[in-house]
Design a protein around this ligand. Structure first.
Ligand code: FAD
Length: 482
């Protein structure tokens, strides 16, 4: 029996697997696909880049010219630098590439990833879960801790985490409701090469507002990619394709002509998919021994580049808590703080993506135009810009009693370092930046580091930093670490 089974090797499942393996938990990921994921461009928000850096992963920007953060495509740049971050830009990557980076990381830590296996049945009892899955290929063995799965009786684990995306099979099999708003429209994402381009085609994309367009019932975002291709996202108020209908060259050509004129000609489509604007969220992220994370727990329209980031942040929040629960070291109630912290975080994203829809709708009337102008003016005010930046980048997120700490420059007895480097091992850190006495109840549950910092906001302080980079009251050591 393994400790934890994860359904789905998207970004959420892969990072969660890595987090559990880092903490010494036996974890197996089952993935339906046998090949790589979509080469869809995604923006990695500043807080996500910070969290990945806590584990020594430093995703570089692959498309230096790509658009950075925005709210509803409004033409005001979000200044993330006010949050004291080393990652003030949204990093432009592709999803398959992010997944490849996370899979390499998880495998190196000893996670098992089985591709080509679809979870088809789930049985939950008081002691654990049993998964049945379609036959597939076992492509990765852990170095030492692996156990051969027993196909006849199903795979057994103490816990199951459903990271199997928006159409989660686990959610369906367990009959867990996914309440929210049904889709009202289907949009198309196509990666294209142009044979000819009119002057209306954006040559560069410094900000999202430069790549959006609305004409004759069509709306679009046409973003130049580093490889000479374009990402073409479009929808129409009058033409609604089926969610699973294949994307034809004819419809892409018609949309290009309507939006960018007849001089703009399609060369080729080299990848296309559909997405819709449904907004839903689970009422509970934990159902006994089954937990939900990422798109399996919440979905929303892809406005402002949020979904993958939410999933990564879910995984960072859940990983150390579930690992401590599996090891039997978790204080009472620790695992339930996953739902308590992450449900409101996603709820907030669902609300602001709903607000963004007001400004991105192609049929917005005069009243919305008037409101749009006022919001643009507001966003130019430093405090308001900071608010929007905190909302979209994830840097403004706090949990009750837990605050983000910037990646401080530190000097320890061993030399110069950064706070992020102290967290690479996935353990909590009691960081003494003054000369404090050790808190009552400290028995080595976290690493105890004495250091100096020149940062006036932190000099002299005693910080208790959780493995996911949030600082809590050192007097509450027992509440978080037992
Ligand atoms: C057009 C578009 C643009 C986007 N842009 C951004 C962006 O810029 N920034 C951003 O943060 N997010 C963006 N997103 C959202 C982002 O892609 C998703 O939120 C993200 O993929 C969620 O990750 P996940 O791991 O939770 O789920 P998924 O990526 O959906 O992964 C789920 C995995 O589970 C597997 N699976 C499903 N069922 C089973 C089963 N029964 N058994 C085994 N495996 C199974 C699937 O094959 C898949 O690999 C965008 C989405 C769209 C549609």
């Amino acid at each position: 029996m393994t400790d934890v089974l994860i359904a789905g090797a998207g970004p959420t499942g892969l990072l969660l697997a890595a987090e559990l393996a880092l903490a010494g938990v036996r974890v197996t990921v089952l993935e339906r696909r046998s090949g790589p994921g979509l080469p869809r461009p995604v923006g990695l928000q500043p807080r996500t880049a910070e969290l990945l850096e806590l584990r020594g992963l430093n995703p570089a920007d692959q498309q230096v010219d790509g658009p950075s953060g925005h709210f509803a495509g409004l033409p005001v740049a979000l200044d993330h630098s006010v949050w004291q971050t080393r990652h003030p830009r949204v990093l432009n990557r592709t999803q398959d590439d992010v997944e490849a980076m996370l899979a390499t990381h998880a495998l190196a830590l000893g996670a098992v990833i089985e591709r080509g296996h679809e979870v088809t049945a789930v049985d939950v009892d008081a002691d654990g879960v049993t998964i049945h899955r379609s036959p597939g290929v076992r492509v990765a063995e852990p170095p030492a801790r692996g156990e051969a799965p027993n196909d006849t009786d199903g795979l057994r684990a103490r816990w199951l985490v459903a990271c199997d995306g928006a159409h989660s099979t686990v959610r369906r099999l367990l009959g867990v409701p996914f309440p929210g708003r049904t889709e009202t429209s289907v949009a198309t994402l196509a990666h294209i090469r142009l044979a000819a381009a009119s002057a209306l085609v954006p040559a560069r994309a410094a900000h999202f507002s430069q790549v959006t367009r609305q004409v004759g019932g069509y709306w679009s975002m046409l973003t130049p990619l580093g490889d000479g291709g374009h990402r073409f996202v479009f929808g129409s108020t009058t033409r609604q394709p089926g969610r699973d209908a294949p994307v034809s060259d004819t419809e892409v050509t018609e949309a290009l002509t309507a939006l960018y004129g007849a001089e703009t000609q399609l060369g080729e489509v080299y990848g296309a998919s559909r997405f819709n604007d449904a907004t839903r969220q689970l009422e509970q992220y934990r159902h006994g021994r089954v937990l939900f994370a990422g798109d399996a727990a919440h979905i929303h329209p892809p406005l402002g580049g949020q979904g993958l980031n939410l999933g990564v942040q879910d995984a960072m929040n859940l990983g150390w808590k579930l690992a401590a629960t599996v090891r039997g070291t978790a204080p009472s109630g620790l695992l339930d703080t996953y739902h308590a912290e992450r449900h409101p975080a996603a709820e907030r994203v669902l609300r602001h993506t709903a607000a963004q829809r007001v400004f991105t709708a192609p049929d917005r009337g005069e009243n919305v135009e008037a409101l749009r102008e006022i919001v643009i003016d507001l966003m130019r005010l430093p405090d308001a810009n900071r608010y929007f930046s905190g909302l979209l980048s994830g840097l403004g997120l706090e949990y009750p009693g837990a605050r983000r700490v910037p990646d401080l420059d530190l000097t320890t007895a061993a030399g110069r370092t950064r706070l992020s480097a102290l967290l690479h091992g996935g353990r909590g850190v009691l960081l003494d930046l003054g000369d404090h006495s050790t808190p009552v109840g400290f028995t080595g549950q976290v690493d105890h580091v004495r250091a100096a910092t020149a940062d006036p906001g932190y000099r002299g302080r005693l910080l208790l930093v959780r493995p996911d980079g949030y600082a809590v009251d050192p007097a509450e050591l027992g509440r978080w670490f037992g």
